[in-house]
Write a new protein. Structure first.
Length: 435
């Protein structure tokens, strides 16, 4: 069967062309660049008189309400064959909101993604997997932005399941998520106040967007921690930006079809927060002289929430769900401290990386916790080693419990200092020399 021809955009901005995503061609700043906070510029066209008619990079509008962006593409995947898979256009249409008589494109890849979503648990709700999928599909059939995000998450999971075809599925994931966010950003403000059902849809969208965005962020291995922190803050803004529309509406949503999912989080919260792993960092934060009251309270809340994650659910899958909630529950003042690179706030983030390691069996996280905690330790250096001694010690103990002998064979790519040693919070793993 011949592939249906489609019109290729030749007037898109340079940034969208570089990222290989569809540009909506809005000038002077397209939607993709506006939501991703990127410099947007268009190719300079030359008129008949030889003068330039292009646009120069401009700043995007600040403070746009609920404006969020797709995750950047990954770069480390091998190519995969695509012949025989694409039947329709590049993006699914679903025939929702289009002109009368419009027939949607049929794309078998999207059918594959939908089947994968329905037959796998991708969102770390172990007790609620089937209910979550059932409710998500019910809302997605009414709201296209959620359907696009569902397909994007399925594509991202298939990158993990089928590494030999990861570049193909990651391209699908980026395109579908970009479309989902474009539709979400186009919603009018009244949409969020119109019904509880709409808010429930946003909750489902936020949950699944957060999983994909975090997975994308953790998949990178930056050469320096400031670059990794910048990428983490991009994820934080994205997840919090979508979730912010739910502020003040949680009690109302308890009576909706997402109520059981919200109640499950409350149950986990009620059994957490009684451990002592975070006692040292809490004591140190309370002794910082130049933190104002609001920043201090927000930082202590972030620490208490991490203790809640550590205590609340021992299984990796349950912990993953609670951990994903952490980024939406921390206060804005603490986020500001992270953005400013305050070492005290980064020391709190070390405990977050520790919990990532505890969740390493979940596909989203893998070995990222160990990598990021090691990177942070090397970045802070000996001066701040006492501040993160506890998470580094707990990481060492966890690795030693897995297999004491495996320390001799840890991938040398994780060693950011001398290749003969592995520095974590003042402690050093010495590697056996090759014989």
């Amino acid at each position: 069967m011949m592939r249906r021809r489609h019109k290729k955009s030749r007037r898109g901005c340079l940034e969208c062309k570089r990222r290989h995503i569809k540009c909506d061609e809005t000038r002077p700043q397209c939607i993709n660049c506006t939501t991703a906070e990127r410099d947007c510029s268009y190719p300079r066209a030359t008129s008949s008189d030889g003068t330039s008619t292009g646009h120069s990079p401009v700043e995007g509008p600040a403070g746009a309400r609920y404006s969020v962006s797709a995750s950047p593409p990954m770069t480390s995947y091998a190519p995969a064959p695509t012949s025989g898979l694409m039947i329709g256009g590049d993006m699914p249409s679903f025939g929702l909101g289009g002109p009368a008589g419009h027939l949607p494109d049929i794309n078998m890849v999207h059918m594959e993604l939908l089947h994968h979503y329905l037959t796998n648990d991708l969102t770390s709700y172990p007790e609620m997997a089937e209910h979550f999928k059932h409710v998500s599909m019910r809302h997605a059939l009414r709201e296209p932005y959620l359907m696009y995000q569902i397909l994007a998450l399925a594509a991202r999971h298939l990158c993990y399941c089928r590494p030999e075809s990861a570049v193909f599925y990651q391209t699908q994931a980026i395109q579908l998520q970009t479309r989902a966010l474009s539709l979400f950003n186009s919603l009018d403000v009244g949409y969020f106040d119109r019904s509880i059902s709409n808010l429930a849809t946003v909750f489902l969208f936020s949950s699944q967007l957060g999983v994909q965005a975090l997975c994308d962020m953790l998949s990178y291995r930056d050469h320096d921690f400031p670059s990794a922190l910048a990428r983490f803050m991009g994820y934080l803004r994205l997840h919090r930006g979508v979730h912010r529309v739910l502020d003040g509406h949680r009690a109302e949503m308890v009576g909706s079809d997402v109520g059981p999912i919200l109640e499950l989080g409350v149950q986990w919260y009620n059994v957490g927060g009684e451990g002592h792993e975070c006692d040292d960092i809490r004591r140190r934060i309370m002794s910082v002289p130049d933190l104002d009251a609001e920043s201090l309270d927000a930082t202590l809340k972030a620490i208490d929430l991490l203790q809640w994650v550590i205590d609340g659910e021992p299984r990796a899958a349950g912990r993953a769900h609670v951990l994903l909630s952490w980024t939406t529950m921390i206060g804005r003042s603490f986020v500001d401290l992270l953005e400013a690179g305050r070492p005290e706030a980064l020391a709190v983030l070390a405990y977050y990386f520790l919990v990532l390691h505890y969740c390493r069996e979940v596909w989203v996280f893998g070995s990222s916790g160990q990598y990021f905690l090691t990177s942070l330790s090397n970045y802070l250096g000996p001066e701040w080693a006492p501040w993160i001694e506890t998470p580094c010690r707990l990481l060492r103990q966890s690795l030693e419990r897995e297999d004491a002998e495996s320390l001799d064979h840890v991938d040398s790519s994780l060693f950011l200092a001398d290749p003969g040693q592995h520095s974590v919070g003042g402690g050093v793993y010495w590697k056996q020399p090759s014989m």
